[in-house]
Design a protein around this ligand. Structure first.
Ligand code: AP5
Ligand code: MG
Length: 218
């Protein structure tokens, strides 16, 4: 069962994806994480990507399309995918439909994390993420435990890192991009009748419970 986890920057898409990976043995495709991995190569393309990401705008659809096709075409993760941070505009949603058809898959549900924008800045400013498995923690709401051992990856040698786009200026631009370009996409999936809303203002574990219920009742 493939699903999309949808919501603004800081809503908890990565946090809830890591629970689904562990509990439901699903595979997370986070376009943000894939792009950040790309930045480590220090290629010409990576410099261009970094500039775009630090401006809070979206990177070109053609780059995203290549990243996504490489993943969707992998038979090992067929029908077990969580799309985190993708699609982000109507063009990406249409390309995804074409790819899903090509690889004989479908989206069962779009989980929409609903959060008031007032809390997002605080969530983002407290975020630190595992350098190995990318799991996000929070200095205020979800402090990291010292001996985290991820069941599939060795996170003992992790560093806890802050993202370069988690600064005030970039965050307000990311929120604007979300409102203008990504949020309208919800209609596309509402028409298909597959959107389920989640109150993501609740604690992390309460949000997980709501998502669990949705998946168990599909
Ligand atoms: P991306 O990495 O996707 O960032 P984003 O969408 O801005 O979302 P975040 O990762 O910031 O938030 P999240 O919802 O995952 O929250 P998290 O779980 O970490 O994209 C980054 C950039 O890459 C984009 O700006 C763009 O340039 C580019 N990009 C990516 N995908 C693209 C695409 N498809 N097309 C074009 N460009 C693309 O949680 C946040 C914090 O809150 C954590 O500290 C967490 O511990 C805490 N928290 C989570 N839930 C709760 C809760 N319920 N209560 C209290 N604290 C909580
Ligand atoms: Mg994320």
């Amino acid at each position: 069962m493939n699903l999309i986890i949808f919501g603004p920057p800081g809503a908890g898409k990565g946090t809830q994806s890591s629970f689904l990976v562990n509990k439901k043995k699903m595979f997370q495709i986070s376009t943000g994480d894939l792009l950040r991995d790309e930045l480590k190569s220090k290629s010409k393309l990576s410099i261009k990507l970094k500039n775009i990401m630090d401006s809070g705008k979206l990177v070109p659809d053609s780059i995203i399309q290549d990243l996504i096709e490489k993943k969707i075409s992998n038979p090992l993760i067929k029908n077990k995918i969580i799309f985190d941070g993708f699609p982000r505009n109507i063009e990406q949603a249409k390309s995804l439909d074409i790819l899903l058809k090509k690889y004989e898959q479908k989206i069962f549900v779009v989980i929409n994390l609903k959060v008031d924008s007032s809390i997002l800045i605080k969530r983002i400013s407290g975020r630190i993420s595992c350098s190995i498995c990318k799991k996000p923690f929070n200095e205020f709401f979800d402090p990291p435990i010292k001996t985290l051992e991820c069941p599939v990856k060795d996170c003992k040698n992790r560093e806890l890192i802050k993202r370069s786009d988690d600064n005030e200026k970039t965050v307000s631009s990311r929120l604007k991009t979300y409102q203008e370009t990504t949020l309208p996409l919800l209609k596309y999936y509402e028409i298909k009748g597959i959107v389920k809303n989640v109150d993501a203002m609740k604690t992390i574990s309460e949000v997980t419970k709501q998502i669990d219920n949705i998946i168990n009742n599909l």
